[in-house]
Ligand binder design. Structure first.
Ligand code: ADP
Ligand code: MG
Length: 324
């Protein structure tokens, strides 16, 4: 069955039926606007991310369910990077009218699965026909006490630069997909990243981080964003980059290039005072997450990368830029 047989309101109905009630949602899908009840004393953090067929995903590579999960995950990752607790989201979609309902249902199942896992409620959105491919735009809302929100601008000279998890996997996974590989650890890291919501919230609420960002564009690009907004530089020790065995096995020559500039890992990159590192390590361990120190914040504005032998590393590319 094709979407055009169901129609716009049939689709919105199908979506609305999958949404559970939440005490914070006074009015959900169905009216002209949703009405939400914020937790008293909190700020609302709001973020939006768009996924376009042919730009961000390829339906011949990914199953619709993973695409649904990833669409929400990339937004939750942005909230996590602020230390916000995710609450609600809006889903705007443009679909070709000939798309099969099976794909649409798989996509919705994936979104709802991830929404349930992270306790977020779908409260509205927009639905229209696309003359091109599938376009997905999600806006997610989160909450946090004002003093606990973590910005990009708080890094201080002498801070340690740290990471959760491993980097480079998602970019290596994309290379595998292009070669025809359809499963495995790297492919899963590309198609189905898990946002570090628990870690972001715990780090923020413990008051342990000065600055934080999620690694969507690559460690180098994202650390550069922190440095620019904090008015500092950084020195990265490439020997400290956390690389998975699968990633190492997939590298032919330079093992640092993709890990630094590949992006889409959705790990958290954050800056902490040196004396907090054991505390942070212990906290992330309770969440089952790897913790790595990859460098230090310095004076100046440059991000310098040092190879294990002490030579300065020069990457060919600095990170992802849609217009670059
Ligand atoms: P309007 O024309 O007033 O913008 P719509 O017909 O677009 O209203 O939407 C009707 C209701 O359905 C609204 O509450 C809207 O938020 C919700 N809605 C529309 N599309 C979606 C979607 N893709 N996901 C969730 N809710 C949606
Ligand atoms: Mg509308």
């Amino acid at each position: 069955m094709k979407l055009q047989e169901l129609g716009e309101f049939g689709l919105i109905d199908r979506i609305a039926r999958q949404v559970h009630n939440s005490p914070a949602v006074v009015l959900g899908i169905g009216d002209d606007a949703a009405a939400l009840l914020p937790t008293p004393g909190t700020l609302t953090l709001i973020t939006s991310d768009m996924l376009l067929e042919g730009v961000h995903f390829d339906l011949s590579f990914c199953d619709p369910q993973s695409l649904g999960r990833k669409s929400l995950s990339v937004n939750l990752s942005d909230l996590a990077a602020m230390g916000a607790r995710p609450r609600q989201f809006l889903l705007s979609i443009a679909l070709p009218k000939t798309i099969s309902l099976e794909v649409v249902d798989g996509f919705l199942t994936g979104i709802m699965e991830q929404a349930e896992r992270f306790g977020v409620t779908l409260v509205g959105g927009d639905t229209c026909a696309s003359l091109g491919g599938l376009a997905i735009s999600i806006t997610a809302l989160g909450e946090q006490l004002p003093e606990l929100v973590v910005k990009r601008s708080g890094a201080a000279v002498g801070d340690l630069v740290c990471l959760t998890g491993t980097v480079g996997d998602a970019a290596a996974g994309l290379n595998e997909l292009r070669k025809g590989v359809r499963q495995g650890f790297l492919v899963t890291r590309q198609l189905d990243p898990q946002p570090r919501v628990a870690a972001g919230v715990a780090l923020a609420e413990a008051g342990l981080v000065h600055a934080m960002i999620d690694v969507s564009d690559g460690v180098l690009g994202d650390l550069t964003h922190i440095c620019e907004l904090s008015g500092v530089g950084a020195r990265l020790e490439l020997s400290g980059l956390p690389l998975s065995d699968e990633y190492r096995d997939s590298c032919t020559a330079d093992p640092y290039a993709l890990a630094l500039t590949g992006g889409e890992d959705y790990e958290l990159l954050f800056c902490i005072a040196r004396e907090k590192s054991l505390e942070v390590e212990a906290l992330l361990k309770t969440l089952g997450l790897r913790f790595s120190i990859i460098g230090e914040i310095t004076e100046g504005s440059a991000v310098q990368m040092v190879m294990p032998e002490g030579d300065v590393y020069q990457p060919e590319q600095r990170g992802f830029d849609h217009f670059g």
